[in-house]
Design a protein around this ligand. Structure first.
Ligand code: FMN
Length: 398
């Protein structure tokens, strides 16, 4: 792995240049190390990974209906490009909750990344920072809050909380994340227990039980204080202490003030699909929501996240920020989510598939491909900035 590089110093990087780079490298006989086709990434990763890790990433809840619905929802919208609008150079930059980014894309919190590549979250942190894109670090990380911050360097970073049932441990994680430069807190609401995931169940594959994806609690002083012996000496006891602490208990709206008390930055609730929940989030003083169904990994038969987006946007009427994930694969998908009201999107599985292809370089290739595709789609649609991406740009599929 190379060392963390500072975010690009160019004010408005022309991401489409990656296309020219690839063609020019081709003249010299060098092809991309793996596919630029978002649709081919999953299969390419399948060929590199053992079934357990592959299905942990690619799998979904139940019959997979929600994951399929996520993709189908994008296909029900069509972009209507505009011509002769001088869109030769673009500026895709934006600022969300005080975090500026060169394009409205963040890497989603994806836990246990070391199951697809040993460098795991460190590689993702370096790749995201090199492009200036914010990374959202999962509580289920294979590396500690501080190690990932070091790898991320000057890159923007947010912290995702799986809300522990122990307040002392929760407060300690939040303290560490703030101290390590994570600016926004993402609180995931939809995974207070794991859904029925047949692919993982059939292989009895759950990395946490093997002590993978537990680096954050295992390095936490408040967590360690509750153990008779440290995790290095008694892994099983530590695992059995942690698993029920971060799963198994739903919380309620009246608990949100606790988070506000222990986190001085913006707070975003992830997993909101109903407009009433979005209103409650705003009423509770939250700063944003992420419209998400966890990439179809939780409630089978749930509403597609993209189908839920417009009603949430309407219910909030600009009171707080709306972000989006679940099913983003291409530049066109990003444009559609933005038109439907998202301020920025998060990308989950594609980043993990990139990671499976050699770590940091693989993540960079996937992110640069998505950014280039977005840049070209925006330009060819006749838009120069995100402000040009308005409702006019989308029509329902006939
Ligand atoms: C392997 C894997 C692990 C994930 N781990 C987490 C996690 O630790 N915390 C979380 O909030 N979401 C987690 N997610 C959900 C993602 O943050 C995101 O909501 C989802 O992947 C978006 O859908 P997409 O994969 O279609 O982009 C995970 C997703 C995957 C695929």
């Amino acid at each position: 792995m190379s060392a963390a590089v500072p975010p690009t110093s160019q004010p408005h990087p022309q991401f489409a240049a990656y296309q020219g780079e690839i063609y020019l490298n081709g003249l010299a006989g060098t092809l991309p190390e793996f596919t630029t086709d978002a649709g081919g990434l999953e299969e390419s990763a399948r060929q590199r990974l053992e079934p357990g890790p592959f299905w942990y990433v690619a799998g979904a809840a139940g019959t997979g209906a929600t994951a399929r619905a996520n993709r189908e929802a994008f296909d029900r919208w069509r972009i209507v490009p505009r011509m002769l609008r001088d869109a030769t150079t673009r500026d895709l930059s934006t600022t969300v909750l005080g975090t500026s980014m060169p394009a409205p894309i963040l890497t989603a919190p994806v836990g246990v990344q070391s199951i697809v590549h040993r460098d795991g979250e460190l590689a993702t942190a370096i790749a995201a920072a090199s492009l200036g894109l914010p990374m959202v670090l999962s509580t289920a990380s294979s590396y500690t809050i501080e190690e990932v911050a070091d790898a991320n360097g000057a890159g923007p970073r947010w912290y995702q909380l799986y809300w522990p049932n122990d307040d002392e441990v929760c407060a300690s994680l939040l303290r560490r994340a703030r101290a390590a430069g994570y600016t926004t807190l993402v609180v995931t609401l939809d995974t207070w227990t794991l859904a029925w995931r047949p692919r993982d169940l059939d292989g009895a594959y759950l990395p946490f039980l093997r002590g993978v994806g537990t680096a954050i609690p295992f390095s936490d002083p408040a967590f360690r204080a509750g153990l008779a012996r440290p995790p290095e000496e008694d892994l099983e006891a530590a695992v059995l202490h942690w698993v029920p602490m971060f799963t198994g208990k739903d919380k309620s709206w009246d608990r949100l003030p606790f988070l506000r008390e222990h986190w001085s930055g913006p707070i975003v609730l992830k997993g909101v699909l109903h407009p009433d929940d979005a209103r409650r989030a705003a009423d509770a003083g939250m700063d944003g929501v992420i419209v998400s169904n966890h990439g179809g990994r939780q409630v089978d038969g749930a509403i597609a996240a993209l189908d839920a987006l417009p009603a949430v946007v309407e219910a909030l009427a600009g009171r707080i920020e709306v972000l989006f994930d679940s099913g983003i694969r291409t530049g066109a998908d990003v444009v559609k989510a933005l038109v439907l009201g998202a301020r920025a999107v998060l990308v989950g599985r594609p980043v993990a598939y990139g990671l499976a292809h050699g770590g940091e370089g693989g993540v960079r290739h996937v992110l640069r491909s998505l950014l280039a595709d977005l840049d070209l789609t925006v330009g060819l649609s006749g838009c120069r900035t995100l402000a040009d991406i308005d409702a006019d740009l989308l029509a329902p599929r006939p």
